[in-house]
Design a protein around this ligand. Sequence first.
Ligand SMILES: [Mg+2]
Length: 176
Amino acid sequence: MSENLLHNIRLAIFDIDGTLTEIKPEIRAVKPRLVTPNHLGEQQPIAGVVEGLADLQARGIQMALATNRGGVAFGYNTLEEAQAIAREAAELCGIPDVKIYICPYHAKARGPETNHQFAKEDDCRKPNPGMLNQALADFGLAPHEAVFVGDKESDQLAAENANIRFLWADEFFQMI
Ligand SMILES: [Mg+2]
């Protein structure tokens, strides 16, 4: 990874789905539209991610994860299940103790399984900047000291809304 890319960066925040992990091929074969795992055991690290994160750790760069889990609002899983699945992603990627920010809200959640507690808009849901702002506050850092790495336009916009530099995941992990 080039030195310039991480100049002055003390915290790298990552999206999870499609950034660090992907659905296992055998699961994708039966659930082709699945992007976010709903159960433990459905995900695997994307090629190059484990090595890239180890490289960051060796440089002393702190890390955090920030993931939308609107499925909790829809009732696909409980907040505790979503947390366990996100923690599984961290473990698979070799960063088991990383701080994880989860946003369980979704304004369009509906249907009999809806968890009404979370069926609303919230500042944490990307592209809103809530989780990134919270990470900056928790780590005691200014926006210019952090970078957000993601795979979707909502990630890019969240970074923009938090005044944090954004990098696309595929580019980031290819720069090793
Ligand atoms: Mg993603």
